[in-house]
Design a protein around this ligand. Sequence first.
Ligand code: NCD
Ligand code: ZN
Length: 332
Amino acid sequence: MTHTLYSPFDMHIHFRQNEMLRAIAPLSGYSFSGGVIMPNCIPPIDSAELLADYTEQVNNALGALDFTPFMTLFFRNYSEKELAEIKDSIIGIKLYPAGATTNSDQGVKEISKAEHTLAMMEEMGIRLLVHGETHGFVMDREKEFLSIYDYLAKKFPRLHIVMEHITTKDAVEFLDKYDNVTATVTLQHLLITLDDVIGGLMNPHLFCKPIAKRYEDRDSLLDAALNAHPKLCFGSDSAPHPIDKKESCGCAAGVFTAPIALQVLTQLFEKHNSLPNLQKFVSDNAVNIYNLTPSPKKVELCKKPFLVPEKYHTVVPMYAGQTLEWSIESVQ
Ligand code: NCD
Ligand code: ZN
């Protein structure tokens, strides 16, 4: 049995820098046609110079692979001149609440102070990508942030707002409230709950921000993905950290899924008799929402066991050492 995906896109990825970038980027570059590259580097990508330099590093790491990196800028208060200069080089600007996740210390402390830049972004048609968590109790952070999405969606009705990596039923329901709001969802949040992270022996490789939630949340996300909700795109949030940063006290947040994502999604959609909708979830919805041009890339998956490596470079992937039902047969 085979299943073909055309021009899959990963609308939320962390490629990192230097050696990690060179090792990790080709894994997405092999099976995906393109993806949204997050700017939470050290230092954050928050100027035209840093963006040009990072874009070059990313392209060098991808080499000849047919993969379009859709670059992003780290949100701060920008001048109109700065925005005009970078506008055509990015797919959007990523707003992190200060301290919400990996390398986000320089994020936004008060949303009200961001409004001048948001208004200019709306005028100039620059998309806003958001890590939507408050600093409240960890299980409630996303739900609490919905009132901020509500405020922003109303105040800036022509600003395209992407709720990144949604993890709750409330966020899925929120999607239908405003025309200018869409979302991404990761692989792990379609599959796991907090029980998989800390319900038994703690699994640091499943620890990420936002943290996996309750069964009803996972089921609601899965239902939206399986039905290819037209405002929902796949965004793996594949976030590699070296093994010593994960298997340690002060475990870094992030699940690494890039090289297994399409195989696992095919397995999951098949299990739920929804394979015909996978093309929409991993490509067509993104093409429509972000006005992308699909590439001629054709990924053929085959129902043949795939033993997930224990490590890629220094990073332990989700399902390390386990056998998946589907493998990538060829990429053309
Ligand atoms: C991401 C990372 O490591 O950069 N970590 C994560 O847990 N998802 C950052 C992010 O998207 O929150
Ligand atoms: Zn992320």
